[in-house]
Design a protein around this ligand. Sequence first.
Ligand code: MG
Length: 241
Amino acid sequence: MEATEDRSRLWLVQTPQAFRAELLQETLRRARSEGWQATDEASLVERMGGEVRLVMGERHNLKVTTPEDLRLVRGWLAGGEPAWRVGQGLDVHRLVEGRPLILAGVRIPFSRGLEGHSDADVVAHAVMDALLSAVGLGDIGQHFPDHDPAYAGADSLALLGRVVEMLAARGWRPAQVSVTCLAQAPRLAPYREQMRANLARVLGLEAEAVNLAATTSEGLGFTGRGEGMAAWATAVVKADS
Ligand code: MG
């Protein structure tokens, strides 16, 4: 007979079902010996005269029986992973005589330059640290140690490219980067667009997704006294889909 059930009296039953072990063992012995037909253990226990109680469940308690169930659960778990992450980076370098000043890969005319093992590009370093931070990979000191001769005088934009590759290998890519450079002098505004374009190219981003702000510290502190420069960066990275 085909008929429409009254759903107000129906329950969707999930697993696991729980029983006292002795009762379940006795029930299964009897069901086997007497050839009882049933779709679950609860209905067999009811047939034994047992009382079945309902406990409210939740739909996230998915039962995995078929390969299709497994695909469903995997899709649900993947959907639960964050698709975006945020990282921050900070770098400081001392200003000294006899060094070129290189910021975001741009060689800027100035009487002094930043001191460091690599080209001391404080902007590129802050961006690298922000990207590494976003994916939990530590900092540039761990990956490009300043005692390693391989990085003496290194082009920091090339190292930034290496960081982008490290992210890609883990399923992440840069989505947006924002940098603030703190320097008393020189004025960075004339070089801002070139610096921004350099970062965008290496990050694989449109220039609009990269912001570069520059500020002085009004003569205060080590940057104000012209002893060094600092840069802060925030990076948003996106999971590859
Ligand atoms: Mg540095």
